[in-house]
Design a binder for this molecule. Structure first.
Ligand code: ATP
Ligand code: MG
Length: 609
């Protein structure tokens, strides 16, 4: 976090307020104080000047009187000398002291440098007026023209024997008073400055006592914001800030607890989502993806970082079918078809709505479930039921029509009746075979069967089966045997293997043309033997090679049915061979014939059956 700038800090504000307050107080005090002091000083100055002047004028009056009485008064110069004596005696500290007679003539002056003015009339108009009126002491202030000093002027009438003799004129400089005032002001200014410095320091100190705990609180707030709840504010005094610190510590603790609870919930939710076998996608209220778990990434084949923020409609390829609005109001789940050309992949999506406390719609949760297998099983089941009903209906319809024909009179024609009964019998057998096959398959599905293995020489076993077919075959078909001379031992359930081989050979015979050949091949390949039965029939189209092992699958339905097939033989064969630990497959070239091959593990010496 950025540091608070000095000029924005509380310290600066304190400093500013304190110094301004002190400055204001000192200014007010200063103005009042200097004003009073000046008045006082001037008053004292005036009083002392007055008393000095009255003393002087009295002395001069006495001196004149004395001179007159002693007869010296006849000589005016003697009187003037006396006056001058008095001026120099009592006129200390005065700038100018003059005695002016009734006519305005200067009789004496204290200033020997200006003794030339003695005997001349004064040029000062104010003095002239006072000489004429001469009723008591008068005070003036003037500025000395040459030196610029402020000067106090005083005139005092001199009385000799109650008679007006003249006036005393004195000047005294005021500069001394103003100098004193100036130095006092200076002292005041220095004191103010000193007070300001002390206040500023105090201000900083005081501000610190407030800002220090505040700074600590701020640091803790930052730490808490970053998820560090271990910090504590140190206990301060029992003042407001101390209380704030205590409350702050309490708040941190509460926050810590709340945070831990949410964190635990979050972890729980996260692990639930992570280990869920269903995909989960959450969106905001506009249908944009905000969360998805690992499983949904796998199911949709996307990376979370690439699709976060994109529309769930696009993600689930629902464009054109649904809008986000529709998803909010969907009651049923939706099947999403993500199948590629060579692989079926179906997902079922359930949508639920996230609502705020006030009921406002706030988003969607989509739960995705892989239903490929389920849907496939379902489809297979439906197909199976359809197949079974179809397979049963055909013979039943045939039988019904033949029985009806018999009822309608055919029974009376012996040859026809026998033929019809043969057909119904054949159809019945066919149905019995079908039902038996189905029963066997359903047992195998339920794993409700056992394989009774016995050590068998496969060469001999195979020869016997081929012999049986060779004897009973009706067509002109050659059998070519390419079997090893020596015995090859395998652990097999002979009945079940007989069933498998019977089916393969009968298929080969069914699809072999007149005069064709069926080749039997047994090859020993290490731990396995491979058995192949090839014919020269129509062959099996390439894309049907794997499908012929599926239940009810027939390449050419009509023809195969005519040949009495139900399409279950190879399905059963596949189950049985796999139960023996082998594999079965078909190779074929169209119109040149087919080869059905399977493998069986050979018996190892010493191994128990
Ligand atoms: N040797 C073969 N030549 C050509 N097509 C074959 C051959 N063997 C099997 N097929 C094809 O595979 C299909 C499935 O064979 P499968 O043995 O399972 O059934 P089926 O022979 O029709 O009936 P079932 O064996 O139950 O009597 C046949 O219908 C046929 O179309
Ligand atoms: Mg068959």
């Amino acid at each position: 976090m950025k540091k608070v700038g000095f000029f924005k800090s509380i310290q600066f504000k304190f400093l500013l307020v304190y110094t301004l307050l002190i400055l204001l107080a000192m200014q007010l005090i200063g103005v009042y104080f200097t004003d009073q002091l000046e008045k006082n000083f001037l008053n004292n100055f005036n009083n002392s000047l007055k008393s000095q002047a009255s003393m002087l004028s009295y002395n001069i009056g006495e001196a004149v009187k004395e001179a007159r009485e002693s007869g010296e008064g006849n000589n005016p110069n003697d009187v003037i000398d006396k006056i001058r004596d008095q001026l120099s005696e009592t006129g200390g500290g005065l700038k100018v002291a003059q005695v002016i007679d009734q006519s305005g003539k200067i009789i004496a002056t204290s200033d020997p440098a200006h003794s030339d003015i003695v005997g001349k009339r004064t040029t000062n108009n104010t003095v002239m007026r006072d000489v004429l009126t001469s009723n008591g002491m008068k005070l003036y202030t003037k500025r000395d023209a040459s030196s610029g000093e402020r000067v106090r002027v005083l005139t005092d009438p001199i009385e000799v024997d109650n008679q007006h003799y003249g006036i005393l004129y004195v000047e005294k400089s005021l500069e001394g008073v103003y100098k004193d005032l100036r130095s006092i002001n200076q002292i005041l200014a220095t004191a103010t400055l000193f007070a300001l410095i002390v206040t500023a320091l105090l201000g900083v100190f005081l501000a610190r006592t407030i800002t220090k705990p505040l700074a600590q609180l701020q640091r803790q707030a930052v730490a808490v914001a970053q998820g560090d709840f271990t910090r504590k504010v140190r206990q301060f005094d029992e003042d407001e800030i101390g209380r704030l610190a205590v409350s702050f510590n309490n708040m941190t603790e509460r926050l810590h607890e709340a945070n831990e609870t949410t964190e635990a919930e979050r972890r729980k939710l996260k692990s639930v989502l992570a280990y869920m076998t269903d995909g989960v996608i959450a969106t905001d209220k506009n249908g944009h993806v905000i969360l998805m778990n690992k499983r949904s990434e796998e199911l949709l084949g996307v990376y979370k970082q690439n699709v976060l923020g994109s529309s769930v409609i696009d993600l689930l390829k629902l464009q054109g079918e649904f809008t986000t609005y529709d998803l909010y109001h969907l009651d049923d789940s939706v099947i999403l078809d993500f199948s590629s050309d060579d692989q079926v992949f179906l997902l079922r999506a359930h949508f639920s709505v996230i609502k705020k406390e006030n009921g406002e719609l706030n988003g969607l949760i989509a739960v995705l479930h892989d239903v490929t297998e389920q849907e496939q099983i379902e489809a297979e089941r439906r197909e199976f039921v359809a197949n079974v009903s179809h397979e049963l209906r055909t013979p039943l319809t045939t039988m019904k029509s033949y029985l009806e024909a018999l009822q309608d009179g055919a029974i009376k024609e012996e040859a026809l009746a026998t033929k019809f009964l043969d057909v119904t019998q054949m159809e019945t057998e066919r149905m019995i075979r079908l039902v038996n096959d189905l029963l066997q398959l359903s047992k195998m599905d339920a794993k409700d069967y056992t394989i009774n293995r016995a050590r068998t020489d496969f060469v001999e076993f195979f020869h016997k089966i081929i012999d049986r077919f060779e004897m009973s075959k009706k067509q002109n078909i050659r059998f070519i045997r390419k079997l090893p001379k020596n015995p090859v031992y395998v652990d097999i359930d002979r009945d079940k293997l007989t069933q498998v081989i019977d089916n393969i050979i009968s298929n080969a015979l069914k699809y072999s043309p007149e005069g064709g050949a069926v080749t039997f091949n047994v090859v020993h390949l290490g731990r396995f033997i491979r058995i192949s039965i090839s014919d020269q029939g129509v062959g099996i189209p390439k894309d049907h090679l794997t499908k012929i092992f599926m239940r009810f699958y027939r390449v050419d339905r009509a023809r195969s049915r005519k040949l009495g097939g139900t399409g279950l033989g190879l399905a059963i064969a596949k189950e049985l061979i796999e139960a023996h630990g082998g594999e079965i497959w078909a190779d074929s070239e169209w119109n040149k014939g087919s080869t059905i091959s399977f493998t069986l593990p050979v018996h190892k010496e010493g191994e128990k059956v």
